[in-house]
Design a binder for this molecule. Sequence first.
Ligand code: ATP
Ligand code: FE
Length: 338
Amino acid sequence: ITILGIESSCDDTSASVLRDGVIYSNITANQDVHMDYGGVVPELASRAHQQNIIPVVHQAMLKAGVTADEIDAVAFTRGPGLMGSLMVGTSFAKGFALSKNIPLIEVNHLQAHILAHFIDDLNSKYDHPGFPFLALLVSGGNSQIIVVKDHLEMEVIGETIDDAAGEAFDKCAKVMGLPYPGGPIIDRNAKLGNPLAFEFSRPRIQGLNYSFSGLKTSFLYFVRDRIKENPNFIEENMNDLCASLQYTIVDVLMNKVKKAAKETGIKQVAIAGGVSANSGLQNALKEAADKFRWKVFIPQLGYSLDNAAMIAITGYFKYLKNEFIEQDAAPFARMTIK
Ligand code: ATP
Ligand code: FE
């Protein structure tokens, strides 16, 4: 079975070819047009997707060594994401499926971030989690703790009531004058700083939910006050600021994961989504694994940020269950894990 996966939910245009459960190619075009705006500009994103989609799909098929006629089904991100961006991938997928008379598979982008843990590619076979496992999904738009009971059966047991963890990284980066997306830059700077240099107020939220908007505000006010005393405060303390901020976000994330593991008794923990690339989070997860005897799973970098391989593997699991959709499918800006 050969599946073409298409991802276009935000600012990455990506295509991937999967054959019999193995990823043969995963090609992504990033958009640098948003750098100067401190965030993704929806109109620019959809225009760039339109320019990129055909070359990206072409490259993915070329690299995989398959022709369009060899593809058995097309899986695409139906949501959640930016409407204009989703529209490009959805329209392409529908057109491709129609012209080749092959089935169409809708994919929930969030579910796909988690199922990235089931990817094997031509270079490696990875260790996959067994069921059930806990997933911490931390991305630009979501922060959720999920019990994964089967490939396509997931239950959200905790989630953010306001900002996502990635948003907290990006918004605080903006406060420090760093370009978008700031998460990876904070991660890099944090390695050179002292995580205990500054203290920021932590959310007090009951249960397994998160809240990050207070932290963002507290960071903003803290920096603003210090700048009044010393206009060069940010430049002089960049690494310590990044390290302390990252330490706080990671600690908040991990505390609820520990609570979830304790409450559910589940000892396999996977992280997923863009923020799972964060080195502080990865280290904290490994520490917890030693301490609590968890088995932990960290995605390969190419499969943690937005990519079509995760869409293709999700499409594969749905293909095996005959979960197809019709040509009248429209994208959803909002879509949750059921
Ligand atoms: P969603 O998946 O919820 O729709 P998204 O697709 O925009 O959102 P991803 O592409 O999964 O999100 O992740 C992007 C986010 O990950 C950004 O907020 C970015 O700053 C963050 N990120 C990426 N690498 C790192 C890192 N090393 N440290 C911290 N944050 C990071
Ligand atoms: Fe994503």
